[in-house]
Design a protein around this ligand. Sequence first.
Ligand code: SF4
Length: 342
Amino acid sequence: MTNLNNALLAQQGLRTWYSDHARKLPWRLTPSLYGTWLSEILLQQTQVETGLPKWHLFLERFPTVGHLARASESEVLKAWEGLGYYRRATLLHKAARAIDAAGEFPMSYDAWLKLPGVGPYTAAAIASIGLGEAVAAVDGNVQRVVARWAGITDPVDGKTGAQAVQKVADAWLDHDAPGNHNQAVMELGALVCKPRNPACTLCPISSHCASANNQDMWGVLPAKKVKKKVQRWALTWHIARFENNIVATQRPESGVWAKMWAFPEMSPSAEFHPLGEVMKPVIHLLTHRRIEATFQGWKAPNKAAMEAYATEVGGVVMTWEELEKRAMPRLITKVFNDLRSE
Ligand code: SF4
């Protein structure tokens, strides 16, 4: 009974706090299922500051789900460029096509869950915010708030810990306003119960929190399973040039940077003149990977040699301007102008 009372008190505290402190994000100001869905996909593993301009850009380029469905995959990848985790973009595009083919948006949590790229958290967020369905959405912010509040010490990314978090999140859920409630918990995690130094004195649910003003608890909660070791990956890209042309290749359909455009990893034949390293190796960090990319320059004797090299590596001869229009890994876009000016 006490726990239920505490859950109800937390729910009330969250409701009042959210109405006073919610950030005025555009998808909240003029809500629509399309805008909410886009925001949820764009903001996965992405900060609001980075996701916000992309949300505007997507709505500008693809104003409706029909526009998104009819766009080519390369247009969607290009719009996504810079956000990383490119699989999200291809799944978003596939989902848009499924929605467009169905003629309407899914109208329940279960129906959203069937779409590509939509997991339990995203389905719960969209169904509660966009449709008013009473389902608790649990993302990283919610895991942190709940694990600290309830003192859950099992890893939240393991089965037992995840179930314990879900149980509390379900007990907290405000059935009269599930969308606002879910956003309130996420917002509290983003603004108050931050990973380091949570502002417990400003927290609306501190009175029954197991970790309030307790530095030792903040340091260990939410508990996570032991992380995988970071892999090192040394990569060499070959930039073969002839006048303003280069050879570019599209990466495989799966794996790192799936379907994005980059340079061949195989060096050209001896008739190409080596120009050495184009620039200092570039270090780039992805989840569980530390990539060190080296760019080797080559000058082709003529265009026919470029075509032959492109055929050999399954690539295409194109100008720098053409390449710039295609989606490329962030590792390349961040040094693109340096590569091109050599
Ligand atoms: S009291 Fe502190 S630790 Fe507890 S939920 Fe609030 S901010 Fe987080």
